[in-house]
Design a protein around this ligand. Structure first.
Ligand code: SF4
Length: 244
């Protein structure tokens, strides 16, 4: 399949460029129930069979009380694919919804991070793979530049505190339109999160803005992504990088 070949090439390029996966790694894929992380899992399963260095792949899903559909079809699908998968019911996150229904993303993601590390530790994993896409990198760049006054997006590779886990984002060069098409082709079941239906957020506004630009300039997101890998620091306003 042409699309799959393309996606494998893009993920392989990211993994190699940023040394995301190394010999003997045990990679735990964070499955959110959405199309991006399912694409990531499938690509890693395929890459693992042909990679020049040996590594293993497992997966997990954190239940935070926000899924809109039952998890069973996903469990069946993963079983059929022979994936080692854990479904972790995070009680503190579920309590958070009951006690503070209007909590923000900061609190929710802090709870999720703690659960993610706990599950990865249980798996004996040293690498955690997240399904952030090229769209997420573009949105993060705009959000940081427009709302926090910083030129930064997301790290393709980072470390958890004490360097216990390497955190990787192999879909950095892959767009959501491609993960949507790929998951349709796989026939994988999606388990949407209630938050994905939210409107009126900054994220939604940035998405709409990019979509409007794309209507007239179809390659605008590719260009923004390329710009993140092509910095001209001397043409920005950080005196640390300007020759006096
Ligand atoms: S969008 Fe929803 S699930 Fe995601 S971090 Fe925010 S509150 Fe949590």
């Amino acid at each position: 399949m042409e699309l799959e070949k393309k996606l494998l090439h893009k993920a392989g390029e990211a993994i190699e460029r940023f040394r995301m996966i190394r010999k003997g790694d045990r990679v735990a894929v964070a499955l959110s129930g959405g199309k991006d992380s399912l694409t990531l899992l499938e690509l890693l399963l395929k890459l693992h069979r042909r990679a020049p260095v040996p590594f293993t792949v497992c997966a997990f899903t954190i239940e935070q009380g926000k899924f809109l559909r039952p998890i069973e079809p996903l469990a069946e699908y993963l079983k059929g694919r022979g994936v080692e998968w854990t479904y972790f019911h995070d009680k503190p996150s579920v309590r958070l919804i009951q006690e503070q229904p209007a909590h923000g993303c900061d609190l929710c993601s802090r709870y999720r991070r703690r659960a993610v590390y706990e599950v990865a530790r249980g798996f004996g994993a040293n690498v955690i793979a997240f399904g952030h896409t090229a769209d997420d990198f573009c949105e993060a760049l705009l959000r940081n530049a427009l709302f926090t006054g910083r030129i930064s997006a997301l790290p393709p590779v980072a470390w958890s505190r004490d360097r216990e886990f390497r955190l990787i984002r192999p879909l950095v060069y892959i767009f959501e339109s491609q993960t949507a098409e790929y998951v349709r082709h796989l026939g994988a079941p999606l388990v949407p999160c209630g938050c994905s239906q939210k409107t009126g957020t900054v994220r939604r506004e940035l998405r709409d803005m990019l979509a409007q630009l794309e209507a007239h300039h179809p390659r605008v997101k590719e260009t923004l992504l390329a710009a993140m890998g092509n910095l001209e620091l001397g043409r920005l306003l950080d005196p640390r990088h300007v020759e006096a």
